[in-house]
Design a protein. Sequence first.
Length: 184
Amino acid sequence: MAGKQPLKQGEKLLFGIFGIFLVAAVIGYVALEAFRLMSDKPMFEVRTHYTFTEQGKQGSRIFREARCTACHRAMRNGTNMGLNLDGIGSKRSEEWLLKFMRDPEATYGAPTLDHGFAPKEAAYVSSLPLADLEAIAAFLSGLKSDQGAASSPLPPKGASGFIDGALETFAPEEWKDKYRDIRE
Ligand code: HEC
């Protein structure tokens, strides 16, 4: 048996680079957490809210029990594997939501990833009892977004340097005649 071999030049370099990344990640994490704990403002402004009917509250329970949170985020619960559904009630109508859950591909008019027919992972959704799907649709349509949220169809109120800059750089000249600036 050969004795312990010294590290080769390339190995030293590889471990060295990995070490630098690891140290940078740890420092970054500690700095971020320290900043977050000391700051009295929340790091991200919450720009979604919800109002539920009785049926919507029931739907919220079914939503969790039916494992929707395995892929979706709603009311800051769940995962980001699928779409974030916070604010969806400002984008889609209750009828649309129900229609999508029962017949996803026809409603999208395009192939879907997880909803649809077996063996897609969320194929089970369309065969849930109709009353459950109606309650879930009521729940989802109660998830509203404030103006200016990423999920809102309306841009933030007032002037925004970011939006003005993006328009300046990317918007074709003829858009100025074609579209109206709806910001207040
Ligand atoms: C395996 C992951 C997965 C599960 C479980 C799942 N979804 Fe989805 N969902 C997705 C993905 C991915 C999309 C995007 C459409 C697609 O490609 O299937 C989506 C899209 C949606 C949409 C349309 C959003 C939009 O505006 O386009 C709704 C509504 C929805 N899901 C509701 C639900 C509900 C309710 C449940 C539980 C009963 C559920 N989903 C379970 C992955 C999942």
